[in-house]
Design a protein around this ligand. Sequence first.
Ligand code: NAD
Length: 354
Amino acid sequence: MRTLVTGGAGFIGSAVVRHLIGHTRHAVLNLDKLTYAGNLESVACVADHPRYRFVQADICDAAAMRQCLSEFDPDIILHLAAESHVDRSIDSPEAFVHTNVLGTHILLEAARHHWSALSPTRQARFRFHQVSTDEVFGDLAGQSGLFMETTAYAPSSPYAASKAGADHLVRAWQRTYGLPTLITHCSNNYGPYHFPEKLIPHMILNALHGQPLPVYGDGGQVRDWLYVEDHARALVHVATHAAPGACYNIGGHNEHTNLHVVQQICALLEELAPRKPQGVRQYADLIHFVADRPGHDRRYAIDAGKIARELGWQPQESFDSGLRKTVAWYLAQRGWWQRVLSGDYRLGRLGVAP
Ligand code: NAD
């Protein structure tokens, strides 16, 4: 199998690339624009592998996409490239519409062109897999129910709306042109190589530096957490086993409030990093509440029963085991995040134009 991963230098994409090289025999092309969120140091462990290649390219560049597809000749496109940070989407939505909606359209057109020229056997196994989010379903505030694959879209943030727009395009390309597409909706991911602007790494690193741990509103927002390596395994499993047109929710059955997550991080740091910064008595003393994010959804929760029943996928990490691994990783891999915080991770980029 030949698998093209877009956004493979990002948090989840890099986990997918490492999984494909480490646990399958797929040839992998990692296609990434290397925005601020792309970090080739997250795939450094596979950089010299004979089945791995990297290309620096923008999914909004139609000519580059056609060229990449014609040269690499993929069986699977795992589409993860996106602008992904909700706070940034509130400050500057345009890049989200551009990359997430327009970029997905351009990639779909390049995929359709490529797929229509394949042999019938290869056409039958080709998949365009759109990696979406549970945020497209909106807010479950005050409800005990779960998101199903059939839940109606009701996105709240510019980020979620742009992902919803992309999902609609993907579904239309399947229905109108017969392109064999897949869509998965995943809950909040966490784990190694997570960019420090996101909740869990932000809290770990602020605590280690003795800086305040800012919690939005009352901290009662509920998210359903999934360890990133479980997500990577699920994506490859769906891409290689699901029928064209299928849609699956992916979740970890781990609903926790943001405040609980931050308290758990503090408790783990008490155990794993007992030597605290000067002036810090307990890590939890650093928690403080800040004005809530505009339009902040109160609760997301996934029903991941369909992927378990039909494809046999289950998460392997519990929230306790995954969070422990994550905190331990940030303590052991100071070089990785220090180079992100200093901006040095952007210096050594060896982008190869397509
Ligand atoms: P990320 O921000 O860490 O990585 C995104 C990657 O895409 C970066 O490497 C960036 O350089 C690249 N990219 C951005 N614009 C590009 C463009 N125009 N062309 C090519 N590459 C471009 O994001 P992530 O957290 O790894 O999320 C990956 C995907 O998974 C996204 O589509 C996101 O919507 C989805 N998702 C994320 C979560 C989560 O909890 N992080 C949950 C569900 C779904």
